[in-house]
Design a binder for this molecule. Structure first.
Ligand SMILES: Cc1cc2nc3c(=O)[nH]c(=O)nc-3n(C[C@H](O)[C@H](O)[C@H](O)COP(=O)(O)OP(=O)(O)OC[C@H]3O[C@@H](n4cnc5c(N)ncnc54)[C@H](O)[C@@H]3O)c2cc1C
Length: 377
């Protein structure tokens, strides 16, 4: 009898896993893929929305177009997860899973930074990116602060990509000379695991007169005085505050008891949780990689192999290698590529290729190859 695999979340991780199971286990597994949204959007597309390179409507991939044999998509909001019994409730149905996969990503917690909701902007969510896009035309130059508001956040280079693209935007509008751009956050360096990438980002910032301050956490905004305050009482004045909001697991994951110390602990080799036949992968998991789509996708490959091995009795597949290539927007149409590897050696490594215009084309091809693989065109 075919097994029922229930995947919660149709983001990078859920889509890759569903596609792999559909391709590898025809007729042997029935896959239910659940997401509250009707569309998927690549994280990096939020930069295109912010800087007006594309409209959100043109970037969304519609789940209704998903045509993978053996995969049923349900647009529902997951309201409770019992990992012991692998029983899931949504706003309109319930599911008993033989194998349960939690791939619900990371949520944002803007209220963890008092004043941020009233006085700050962000580009980590689609509504946030649209609000920032709409606010930029009335910004007439001044002090811009881009601040990372927590230790753990998606796509470590994204705050710097935002700074480079904002620089281009202000140059285009003749406002750059009258503006300052500062990036700050609790991390000691832009990309602490990769010296080469850190140096390239610092070099790119120096060329554009963008300042970086590490080991600095903005804990609240004094909206009236327009001051971003640090824990030690010091602060920095701003005219435009852009924050990378604090991240956390979705509330339904917190309530399920799956999370420990903020994220879901997993065996990093196969993304299994401590509950039998329950996996967690992507941003929701504490998998010892950066939180980025390429690692969510790599983790999905390892989970697919583990599930296939289990159902066919062929034993475990290759362990998750924590490797992936991330693209970084350096501005002026140039893109760099970080070849990162978190689990293959004693220490995480990251090598930089580019930036170049050719890599901008490679990044576009990366997106279209996923669209074809996941949606089955
Ligand atoms: C500005 C920006 C730039 C980025 N650039 C890159 C990049 O260049 N390369 C890269 O690899 N990564 C990048 N990322 C990171 C990347 O987007 C994420 O790491 C990736 O999407 C994580 O995949 P995931 O499947 O774990 O989660 P997600 O893709 O976030 O998917 C989680 C899914 O769960 C659903 N969900 C959540 N709660 C519920 C619920 N209760 N019920 C039902 N459904 C629910 C959500 O709707 C969502 O579709 C970027 C992110 C940002 C914000």
């Amino acid at each position: 009898m075919s097994k029922h695999v229930v995947i919660l979340g149709a983001g990078f991780a859920g889509l890759e896993l569903a596609a792999r199971l559909s391709d590898s286990l025809p007729g042997e597994a029935q896959v239910t893929l659940i997401d509250q949204s009707d569309t998927f959007l690549f994280g990096y597309s939020k930069l295109d929305i912010t800087f007006g390179n594309a409209k959100a409507d043109d970037l969304h991939l519609h789940y209704r177009d998903l045509a993978k044999p053996g995969v049923a998509f349900r647009q529902e909001c997951v309201t409770s997860i019992d990992p012991e019994s692998r029983y899931v409730e949504t706003d309109s149905a319930s599911y008993d899973a033989d194998i349960l996969v939690v791939a619900l990503g990371a949520d944002y917690d803007p209220d963890a930074t008092p004043g941020f909701r009233e006085g700050g902007l962000e580009y980590y969510s689609v509504p946030g990116a649209e609000r920032l896009r709409d606010a930029l035309p009335s910004f007439e130059g001044g002090r811009v602060v881009i601040a990372v508001l927590g230790d753990v956040y998606k796509c470590p280079p994204a705050p710097f990509e935002g700074a480079f693209l904002l620089h281009d935007h202000l140059v285009r509008r003749g406002l750059r000379d009258g503006s300052e751009i500062r990036v700050m956050g609790p991390m000691e360096a832009p990309v602490p695991i990769a010296k080469e990438v850190t140096e390239a980002l610092l070099g790119g910032m120096a060329e554009r007169d963008i300042e970086f301050t590490g080991r600095t956490l903005v804990t609240r905004l004094d909206v009236d005085r327009k001051v971003a305050e640090f824990a030690d009482g010091d602060g920095v004045e701003y005219d435009l505050f852009i924050g990378i909001p604090r991240h956390r697991v979705p509330a339904v994951v917190e309530e399920s008891g799956l999370a420990v110390d903020g994220w879901v602990p997993v065996d990093t080799t196969n993304l299994a949780t401590r509950f039998p036949d329950v996996y967690a992968l992507g941003d929701v998991a504490a998998a010892k990689t950066a939180k980025a789509g390429v690692f969510a996708e790599g983790a999905a490959r390892a989970v697919a192999d583990d599930i296939i091995g289990k159902l066919r009795g062929t034993g475990p597949g290759a362990p998750f290698d924590g490797a992936g290539n991330c693209y970084i927007e350096f501005g002026a149409g140039r893109v760099g590529k970080v070849e990162a590897n978190f689990l293959g050696g004693p220490k995480p490594t990251g090598k930089l290729v580019g930036p170049s215009r050719e890599l901008a084309e490679e990044k576009a091809a990366f997106g279209s190859s996923r669209r074809e693989r996941w949606f089955g065109e």
